[in-house]
Design a protein around this ligand. Sequence first.
Ligand SMILES: [Zn+2]
Length: 251
Amino acid sequence: MTELAYLPDLPAAYVRSFRARITALPPGAVVLDRTFFYPTGGGQPNDRGTLGLPGQTPADVVDVTKSGASVVHRIRAPPQVLRQFSVGAEVEGALDWDRRYRHMRLHTAQHLLSARIFARTRLRTRKAQLAGTAATLDLEGPLPADALSLLAEDMADALRHPRPVTLRHVPRAEWDRNPYAERSGLVPLPPQVDPVRVVEIEASDICPCGGTHLRSTGEIGRVALRAPVPAVGGDRVGFSLEEPSMPTPPE
Ligand SMILES: [Zn+2]
């Protein structure tokens, strides 16, 4: 079992390097007792980076996936580097921060846009997918013709007035009574999810999510919306980050 160390609070999403212990070595991969590497899921791609023994040449982490209760870090390195790994050894992990931070900016912007779309049209987001410097949102119906320009104004306005993002772990019974659950209620939460990890953008959005997010919408920068295209069950709306790279502000 791997502890998902990026989950408990928002500052944990900003951890770029960490130490952990190897618990298993499947072929070409490493399992740790805890990790800050995000495994692919919920529309957010996996993190990349390096894993290595302290002071030694590290291996590249090329893919990260969940397998049951474990996180599997697929690695690539010369045989002499791989031979250093042994079960029980302590390793240092380092995230490819540019990649992860882009995902955090895209993911937080996606919550904001999904909320604005719901507020304007009552259309819920069926699924979202982040990739590179862009994201797509699949809606549960077609977007009205005039909605895109209004949403572009909404987003520009929202991003000019940064809002703090907070994370709470809400008992399931309390969440199920929450009237804000409506915007994200299209895909029911699995019954075993308790407590619910709830991401809130102040005065803008409340949504259960297991991804990594910013502490403020002020870190998103500007976004450019793309015209909707038809997809299964509704329209697909896209957006991209206007500043692909941004420095991470200090806490
Ligand atoms: Zn999220």
